[in-house]
Every structure is written in C-alpha cells, then in structure tokens.
Design a protein around this ligand. Structure first.
Ligand code: NAD
Ligand code: LMR
Length: 332
C-alpha cells in the first residue's frame, strides 16, 4: 500500500540552497524512493515571484513522488501540518564576513519562526537548521518553541562531516564510501574540531584506523583540520557565493539518517542539544557523533578524548557560549 505523504517545509526556498534542495527532496533523496512528499516552501515577499518560479519548475519536472506544493510568504501557512522543517531562510555570509556578522539579522528570524512552528507544525516535527549561525539559530528556535521536544531541534554539521570524509578520501586515494566515523565537534564555524582519532577506512584486509594509513600526524593535526574548518570560506572565495549543492546534499543526508537510521557500526555528526556529554556545557546546540534508530539520535558515548582534542572541544564550546550571549543581546 502506498505510504501517506510527508510534509516537508523548506524556508528560504527561493535561495541557492533551496533551489538545489527541493528537487532532491521531490526525487526521494531525503526520505526514500517509496516516500511521497508534499513540499511547503516559504520565502519573503521580495522573493515571491522567484519562489513561484521554483514551484513552476517543480510542476514541470513531473516528480512522481511529489504530491503537492505549497509556495507562500505566509509563515503560518508554510508551517501548518509539517512533519519535517528544513530552516534555510536567512541572510548568507558574504566574502570577508564571519558568522557572527550575520547573527543579528538571523536570530530574530528564528525567534519568530519558532512560534509559528510550535503552534502550527505537526506534533513531533523534526527541525534541521541550516542558516547561519546554524547552532545558535537552532538554540534560539528551541528556546522560543518550548513545547517542541529539545531532541527534535538540530543543526547541520553534516556538511563539515562530509568535507572531512572527502579530504581523507582524497589524501589516501580511497573511495569516500570506505571512510567512516570522522567526528565534527562543536560549532559550524572555523572553531569546529574535525576529529579523525576514531575514523577508519575499509581495506581489503579489514578496517584500518585513518591515523595508521595516513602516517602523518602533522598533516592530520594541522592542514587537514584547517582545510575542513575553512572550507566554507574557500567555497565563498571561489564561487562568490556560499556552498549550495553540497549543503543541500548534506541536509538530505542528515534527515535521511535521522529518520531511517544510521548503518550498523557507523556514526554521523549532528548539531544537537547538549546534555553535558564529554563535559561539553549543557544547554548549547553542539555537534556530536550520533547514531540514529527509530527516528531518534543518541550521542555516541565513551570515546577517548586526548589532551589535544580536549582543548579543541573546549574552544569551540566557548565560542558557542559567547554566541549564545551575543544572540540574546541582539534579541533584547
Ligand atoms: P540565499 O540568500 O541564496 O537564500 C536565502 C533565502 O532565504 C533567500 O531566498 C531569502 O529571501 C530567504 N529569506 C530571508 N529571510 C527569510 C525569512 N525571514 N523567512 C524565509 N525566508 C527568508 O542563501 P543560501 O546560499 O541559500 O544560504 C542560506 C543559509 O544557509 C545562509 O545562512 C548560509 O550561510 C547558510 N549555510 C549553512 C551551511 C551549513 O552547513 N550549515 C552551509 C551553507 C550555507
Ligand atoms: C559553509 O560551511 O559552506 C557555509 O556555512 C557558508 C559559510 O558561511 O561558511
């Protein structure tokens, strides 16, 4: 029997990520090839005509799984009955700007959209915040939507996770699908800590630690980390626009694994509400290694954290605590 359609909200749907993301969702990349979807697309009035153009293209693409499209500038209409909300709407970072620069513009959007989601989305709606500063926007959304369970509000660090996989795969000249269990700790910013201490590569003679295969701790503790941390800025420099196809693809990966589960023996990175695991301050949205099963994520526990890593976990946590303060000062 055919499944009931799932309603997926994409805010900022007329923007670059939105334009890459909505066809992926309509094709089943996010929720599976047997899962019908109804797309809810929200943007602001100056983008209404472009948004309608995206809707026209979705009709023209004749996606078999797409059972309806709501394209609107009305936040209540956009949020009504949605099961999944991908929050992309906001102002992107331009060349030379730090994420903090986009803070004041974006946190107020997340405060007001929190109320709309709380009142009108389906109970148990899963929320993924993509717009920067992603962790802090997600935290503001959580704080101003107190009836949405905290575990339902997450932010995107899967792009950073995938970037780390990509760098290791290029360095070792192995298939990216054979590399697993990197970790992105902390903020989706240049303080994030891409950690390969538990990462492995599938080889003909079994799984081998990435450190053993790379044989260059200097590179792993230096250039590898900065390349992943600075990749967003490098894309902006090259494209004069922030990453879009990789961000959209990572958003699909994040939701797919959250809803359908992570493969046995594999974890992924998600920005989730900290419970104090690994001595990370509780009450931040912080990226941890997680496994997912039955629509719920669980932080992977018990991983050894050496002194080098400890400092990096603390540094990115301190930045998130500062961002939280700054966000509240922007809202007051
Ligand atoms: P974009 O400017 O192309 O699109 C953003 C869209 O949001 C625009 O169409 C704009 O009209 C709309 N918008 C603005 N205010 C809105 C509101 N209040 N409600 C609904 N829509 C609104 O930007 P983009 O390149 O698509 O990037 C979107 C966001 O994602 C940016 O904040 C960017 O920095 C961030 N980003 C995050 C990651 C990540 O890994 N977390 C990666 C790439 C980009
Ligand atoms: C990215 O990581 O590509 C985005 O977050 C863009 C940015 O602001 O760095």
């Amino acid at each position: 029997m055919a499944k009931e359609p799932v309603r997926v909200l994409v805010t900022g749907a007329a923007g670059q990520i939105g334009y890459a993301l909505v066809p992926m969702i309509a094709r089943g990349v996010m929720l599976g090839a047997d899962q019908p979807v109804i797309l809810h697309m929200l943007d602001i009035p100056p983008a209404a005509e472009a948004l309608n153009g995206v809707k026209m293209e979705l009709v023209d693409a004749a996606f078999p799984l797409l059972k309806g499209v709501v394209a609107t500038t009305d936040v209540v209409e956009a949020c009504t009955g949605v099961n999944i909300a991908i929050m992309v709407g906001g102002f992107p970072r331009k060349e030379g700007m730090e994420r903090k620069d986009v803070m004041s513009k974006n946190v107020s959007i997340y405060k007001s959209q929190a109320s709309a989601l709380e009142q009108h989305a389906s109970p148990n709606c899963k929320v993924l915040v993509v717009a920067n500063p992603a962790n802090t926007n997600a935290l503001i959304l959580k704080e101003f939507a107190p009836s949405i369970p905290a575990q339902n509000i997450t932010c995107l660090t899967r792009l950073d996770h995938n970037r780390a996989l990509g760098q290791i795969s290029e360095r070792l000249n192995v298939q990216v699908c054979d590399v697993k269990n990197v970790i992105i700790w902390g903020n989706h910013s240049s303080t994030q800590y891409p950690d390969v201490n538990h990462a492995t590569v599938k080889t003909p003679s079994g799984e081998k630690p990435v450190r053993e295969l790379v044989k260059d701790d200097g590179w792993l503790n230096g250039e590898f980390i900065t390349t992943v941390q600075q990749r967003g800025a490098a894309i902006i420099k090259a494209r004069k626009l922030s990453s879009a196809l990789s961000a959209a693809s990572a958003a699909c990966d994040h939701i797919r694994d959250w809803v359908l589960g992570t493969p046995e023996g594999t974890w992924v990175s998600m920005g989730v509400y900290s419970d104090g695991s690994y001595n990370v301050p509780a009450g931040l949205i912080y990226s941890f290694p997680v496994t997912c099963c039955n629509g719920e994520w669980t932080i992977v526990q018990g991983l050894a954290i050496d002194e080098f890593s400890r400092k990096k976990l603390d540094l990115t946590g301190a930045e998130l605590s500062e961002e939280k303060e700054l966000a509240y000062s922007c809202l007051s």
